[in-house]
Design a protein around this ligand. Structure first.
Ligand SMILES: Nc1ncnc2c1ncn2[C@@H]1O[C@H](COP(=O)(O)OP(=O)(O)OP(=O)(O)O)[C@@H](O)[C@H]1O
Length: 280
């Protein structure tokens, strides 16, 4: 083991050390388990403060949508959650996951990303077969038998609702898939790492309406097992699939509540203006 890896904190140690009381909050008399939360999170690109107020708690096994106009800081916030901004921005504050601040310097970022996976706007399959797209990230870091890999490929493709379409052509190049299929494949690839939390940055913006509707059904299935945080410009999509919605404006979270409240009785006029299209 290198000196550096000895110094890094493996996130998995904290997974087994489950201290649920720490992650529970009360709302409307009910108890809710928190999967991830941010405290005093700020993001600067050089001198520019792109996120100044963004403290949110994400409930386990729920979908939370991040909405707001272009440039309001949604992607900046989302990408910071699994340290994708480390090389381009200065991210300060805490990102709490299972009692551990995963924004601290001594976290093993690669291991952390196995727990908090990210899917980008444009599907980015590797120039490999469908099968290898799913197994490649696994076999790079661990040992698996062929049977185990076969099972992971089948399970994750089923979870991502792609199995029936590709099960007879797993050796075909992933680059030959349609946009909707490729997006499902990269979801399956993310799921193969068995994450706790899935971060999705406008995952259906490149899909046609039918693929997008199927994709939404897939997310509703996936939330039985995963906590999902999704950036979307599509208000109908946010209203249809998410349990909670956070509205961003000029680098701040203006309002965060149950989706049905945000879309029917927002407390802040700016939120109302945004969701009703009177923004400008
Ligand atoms: N890598 C970067 N370097 C410098 N500035 C950046 C970078 N990424 C984002 N920004 C700036 O930070 C601000 C927030 O951008 P961000 O992409 O987070 O907004 P967004 O709400 O996700 O927008 P969109 O909906 O268009 O994706 C913008 O002013 C943007 O120009």
């Amino acid at each position: 083991m290198t000196k550096r890896s000895q110094e890094l904190k493996p996130v998995s140690e904290f997974i087994s050390d489950s201290r649920p009381e720490r992650f529970v909050y009360q709302m409307d008399g009910d108890r809710h388990e928190i999967a991830l939360s941010t405290e005093n999170l700020q993001v600067r690109y050089g001198d520019k403060l792109a996120l100044s107020e963004g403290d949110l708690s994400f409930e386990r096994y729920k979908i939370t949508s991040l909405i707001g106009a272009s440039g309001s800081g949604k992607s900046t916030f989302l990408r910071s959650l699994n340290r994708m901004n480390d090389d381009v921005a200065n991210v300060t504050g805490k990102i709490m996951y299972r009692g551990l601040d995963i924004n601290s310097k001594d976290i093993d970022v690669y291991e952390m990303r196995r727990h908090i996976g990210m899917v980008f706007q444009r599907p980015n399959p590797f120039a490999k077969s469908i099968y290898d797209n799913i197994t490649f990230p696994l076999t790079r870091r661990g040992k698996y038998t062929k049977e185990q890999l076969d099972e992971i490929v089948e399970t994750t493709l089923k979870q991502a609702a792609l199995w029936d379409q590709v099960k007879d052509e797993l050796n075909k190049s992933a680059l030959a898939l349609s946009g909707g299929q490729a997006q499902r494949l990269v979801i399956a690839r993310a799921l193969a790492l068995k994450p706790d939390i899935l971060l999705l940055d406008e995952p259906s913006s490149a899909l046609d309406p039918i693929s997008s509707a199927k994709f939404e059904d897939t997310l509703l299935e996936l939330k039985k097992y995963y906590t999902i945080i999704i950036v979307t410009h599509n208000m109908q999509q946010a209203a249809r699939i998410s349990d909670y919605t956070a509205f961003f404006h000029q680098g701040k979270v203006i309002e965060y509540d149950l989706t049905r409240k945000i879309f029917t009785r927002p407390k802040v006029k700016l939120t109302d203006d945004y969701i009703s299209g009177n923004f400008g």
